[in-house]
Design a protein around this ligand. Structure first.
Ligand SMILES: [Zn+2]
Length: 485
């Protein structure tokens, strides 16, 4: 085997040579070649990636653009932004910023830029499909999602592998922060980790920690004593624990030191009247009478905030369970596999029979109110797609934005939830906002996002580390491909 290494290395060089010093990926004259030598790894892409790249220049200048920067600050009009070697170098008004002579200039008048979306509940699996990573990664990137935390893995090894392949520039997709498999308890999903005893639990966690995993997720049926062990083992190893809770209340998990809570109001069992300690009772009827402004709700939220626990909003997947709302759009229908399409049609037929059922509509309103109040009280609210049903990776993240606007958030607030806050929860200070010194992960949207929230779907270009990807050419390649049997 040894002597094959130099040969394969030679082959690699031969493959790469045509691309060295050549960034004109579309072959159009308007894209200037860079004559300089390769200056960083991001200049080395395989052919399969080059076809998606629209802009790859060492220096870029965005002119006349509206910026929602992800910090929560108001939208700034007519900004000039200089990007150098994948980082934001200078940002300011048209007279404040000097544009370098060698910069590739993009005139973005009438357009909006936002930071790359940081998807905080962005699985690489969906129900019945344990690995949709390849297509999901494309959907995420094409939709403006440049970083994801997968919040529980169904195929952990594939997740780690995909994360590495993307990092090396061999495949397109968001930066992936992978997870260990879900940990649940007795009566929980048998495909997940069900701890046999404390040693088994700690050893299993170590197995994933040794592979570089930093994120653990507990799911619904977790035993209270197990959660305490999970948090202990995770924190000792500089790792984080997130929970889709049910057997354990938000209050208990918060007091025991959990780092993040998923889904918000629709997974709290704190307000149940029939709660048994350590048992997941299921059902959501407790929500129907709950008044969100009630002091007991506020006290719980204050406790969560005081303990620095972040909350992740997943509105779009909840919406997918509401008969008079659960409609897939054109592009979603195009991307879905025949299997998913059929499933969608069957579900729609059933929904049409119960179209006047308003229970879930009212629950959605309360879920929104809960999140709005938590944010306004100073809580760290993030968002993620939790893909499933017809809610696709990326498209569902965009839908979350529209639902956050419906929940009452302003444009800068909703963008902050989807970008800067996710970065904060991930403790990644180099992404999430459009600020000098940060990585140039951002999305060009074709229109005024403040005037029309659906502009979030009009992605013109997605930049990751200063390299611009063309969403249309990405989406073309995945038609009918999502969740293929
Ligand atoms: Zn989930």
């Amino acid at each position: 085997m040894k002597d094959t290494i130099p040969i394969s290395f030679l082959v690699l060089i031969l493959i790469l040579v045509p691309f060295l010093g050549c960034n004109n990926v579309h072959g159009s004259k308007s894209h200037h070649y860079r004559n300089s030598q390769v200056s960083s790894t991001r200049d080395i892409y395989s052919d399969s990636i080059l076809k998606y790249i629209k802009y790859n220049y060492p220096t870029l200048a965005l002119m006349h653009v509206n910026v929602v920067d992800g910090t929560g600050a108001v939208l700034k009009e007519d900004q000039t932004i200089v990007i150098k070697h994948g980082l934001f170098e200078a940002i300011g008004g048209p007279t404040e910023i000097k544009v370098p002579r060698n910069a590739k200039i993009l005139d973005l008048k009438g357009k909006t830029i936002i930071p790359g979306i940081v998807g905080m509940h962005n699985h690489l699996h969906i129900p019945r499909f344990p690995d949709v990573g390849d297509v999901a990664a494309k959907l995420y990137l094409a939709s403006g999602v440049t970083t994801i935390q997968t919040c529980g893995a169904a195929s952990p090894n594939n997740e780690i592998a995909l994360s590495n392949t993307i990092e090396k520039g061999m495949q397109i997709g968001p930066d992936i922060i992978p997870s260990a498999p879900f940990i649940t308890g007795k009566g929980g999903n048998p495909n997940m980790i069900i701890p046999r005893n404390e040693k088994h639990l700690r050893d299993t966690m170590q197995h994933y920690i040794n592979q570089g995993i930093k994120w653990f997720k507990v799911y619904r049926n977790t035993n209270p004593d197990d959660l305490k062990v999970i948090i202990d083992e995770a924190h000792k190893n500089n790792c984080k624990v997130r929970g889709h809770l049910c057997s354990i209340t938000f209050e208990e998990a918060t007091k025991w030191g959990i780092d993040g809570i998923e889904h918000g109001l629709n997974s709290t069992s704190d307000f149940r009247t029939d709660k048994t300690y350590g048992i997941c009772n299921g059902g959501r009827e407790y929500m129907d009478e709950l008044i969100i402004e009630n002091p007991k709700v506020k006290a719980l939220q204050q406790l969560i905030i005081d303990n620095d626990v972040f909350l992740t909003s997943t509105l779009s997947i909840y919406e997918a369970s509401i008969p008079n709302r659960a409609y897939a759009d054109e592009r979603t229908l195009k991307a879905m596999s025949p299997f998913l399409l059929n499933e969608y049609k069957e579900r729609r037929d059933n929904f049409d029979k119960s179209i006047k059922d308003t229970i879930r509509n009212n629950r959605l309103k309360r879920i929104m109110q809960f999140e709005y109040q938590y944010y306004k009280m100073g809580g760290l609210l993030c968002a993620g797609v939790d893909a499933g049903r017809y809610v696709l990776p990326g498209f569902g993240d965009q839908r979350n934005y529209e639902l956050l606007i419906e929940a009452g958030f302003s444009t800068p607030e909703a963008i902050q939830i989807m970008t800067g806050n996710g970065a904060k929860a991930l403790e990644r200070s180099n992404i999430g906002t459009i600020q000098e010194g940060k990585r140039a992960n951002f999305v060009i949207l074709n229109g005024s996002l403040e005037k029309d929230p659906t502009i979030i779907e009009k992605v013109e270009t997605v930049f990751k580390n200063g390299v611009g990807y063309d969403p249309d050419s990405i989406l073309e390649t995945i038609e009918g491909q999502f969740a293929k049997e």
